[in-house]
Ligand binder design. Structure first.
Ligand SMILES: [Zn+2]
Ligand SMILES: [Zn+2]
Length: 470
């Protein structure tokens, strides 16, 4: 069992195959793993990328034509949105072609055949014709948010109606779950989507964001037999597509992405760092320090550690954010009690305590994620000074700070949902985050749950499973 947003390795996870930087042996990991141990030389490394990841899928064996690799953006993670004043999360896996051309399928297919193929790293030494990506990352994320993702042709069809855009999500699901679609099918599906959306035109303050597990470019192989385009994995002809005129030799170039491999040695004492396969921070159990590979080198993390009068069996990591909601005067924890209608009486100490939002720094399923964020954020917490040493039983850190920050408006919407003046005013734009810290919270281990005696709340063990420790 892995501790991922989806709760387990599932069929939509790709496998990534590459060579061990130490001995050259082939290594296979799950696509979002960052820490691995080579099965041959046993040496551990952290894989790091300063930009989004770039992979390609090799063509099936037996394809001898020239392969053209077409880039697709792919996002896998959780879409959180507010609906009827409640924030909920859904696991999604979406893609969109990142090159402006109509002849190739607008999305990556989700056929088992594709998922049996292993991803490889699209580094400059890979031979092949790679098309550049013309759709910027932010544009892909924004299209996903607006419910539009796909090629320009698809976007154009859907923009014909006034209300076509919000209903695109339904269409996207239809398209992603089917085989490559014909233009006629797309036009029909878009008409249906527009009709449905016209019926659900009650708009409310839109609040939606994505907490990601994977954001990558995947180059998909296609080839050409002189007349038509073929899928390089299934070797099937793609509808009636002709080879696109836009793909000229001038455009084609080697990929430019290069990941870096960091040895898992503690920069402080040289001891071996440990972590979960999908951790973003790694612990030295010798000098009790915590290191993140965020910028291509290992940087030490400090964290505020809450104290307990009981025996802490585990420390759960949280991100603690200070925030401001535009036009609202919520500064202290007492302000939070009054405005979120918490069943508590403000004390003079609470007037001085800053109002913070706490977000789990570990990936779990959407419902417990929101619940544990809410439980912690609605408690009065006085943060101690940051410490550079961490307790041994610190839970794996798998949700980086920028992902946690994206959750702040969503948790705020959940906290203030009963306040009819503040709740609708909470949007991604109106919530400003101005301070972030890592906090470790001690829990006592029970049979089925971890309990926090001082703050009086519990976390169900099953919801925060440990993954594979390396
Ligand atoms: Zn090796
Ligand atoms: Zn150390």
């Amino acid at each position: 069992m892995r501790n991922s947003a989806t709760g387990a390795v599932n069929s939509s996870d790709f496998r990534l195959e590459f060579q061990c930087p130490q001995c050259g042996a082939p290594v296979t990991i799950v696509e979002n793993d960052r820490l691995f141990a080579c099965p041959f030389c046993k040496v551990k490394h952290i894989i790091h990328s300063t930009s989004h990841w770039c992979f390609y899928l090799p063509a099936a064996q037996g394809v001898h034509s020239q392969i053209y690799y077409v880039p697709y953006w792919r996002f896998k993670g959780i879409e959180y949105r507010r609906r009827n004043n409640e924030v909920t999360g859904t696991i999604i896996d979406r893609s969109a072609i990142a090159f402006d051309v109509d002849e190739f399928p607008p999305f990556l297919g989700f056929k088992a055949q594709i998922h049996r193929a292993k991803l490889r790293m699209a580094t400059p030494d890979v031979n092949g014709y790679f098309l550049p990506f013309t759709l910027h990352r932010d544009e892909f994320m924004s299209r996903m948010e607006r419910g539009i993702a796909g090629s320009r042709k698809l976007g154009a069809v859907l923009n014909q109606g006034n209300d076509g855009v919000p209903a695109m999500k339904d269409l996207l699901f239809t398209l992603q779950n089917s085989e490559y679609q014909s233009d006629r099918y797309i036009a029909q599906a878009s008409r249906n989507a527009m009709q449905r959306s016209a019926m659900q035109q009650k708009k409310q303050g839109e609040l939606k964001d994505y907490i990601g597990e994977v954001l990558s470019i995947i180059y998909y192989p296609y080839y050409f037999d002189g007349y038509h385009v073929y899928d390089g994995i299934s070797q099937q002809q793609i509808s009636m597509a002709q080879f696109p005129d836009k793909v000229s030799q001038k455009l084609l170039r080697a990929p430019r992405w290069t990941p870096c491999f960091l040895p898992t040695l503690c920069p402080n004492c040289g001891w071996d760092l440990t972590g979960q396969a999908d951790s973003f921070a790694y612990q030295c159990k010798h000098c009790c320090t915590l290191w993140s590979a965020g910028s291509g080198e290992l940087k030490q993390l400090s964290c505020a550690i809450l104290q307990t009068a009981h025996t802490a069996g585990i420390y759960l990591p949280y991100w603690c954010f200070r925030f401001r909601i535009a036009g609202q005067n919520i500064e202290s924890y007492a302000d939070l009690i009054r405005n979120a209608y918490l069943a508590k009486v403000p004390t003079p100490e609470m007037e001085k305590l800053p109002c913070c939002i706490f977000v789990p720094a570990f990936k779990i399923a959407p419902r417990p994620f929101l619940k544990y964020a809410f439980l912690m954020s609605s408690r009065p917490v006085e943060l101690p000074a940051p410490s550079s040493t961490v307790p041994e039983h610190t839970f794996a850190l798998t949700l980086p700070m920028n992902e946690g920050r994206a959750a702040v408006p969503l948790v705020a919407a959940q906290l203030f949902r009963r306040n009819k003046d503040i709740a609708p005013a909470i949007t991604k734009e109106s919530v400003e985050v101005f301070d972030a810290r890592l906090v470790l919270i001690p829990f006592v281990c029970g049979g089925y749950e971890y309990t926090q005696p001082e703050l009086n709340f519990a976390v169900i063990k099953n919801t925060v499973q440990w993954g594979k420790m390396l």
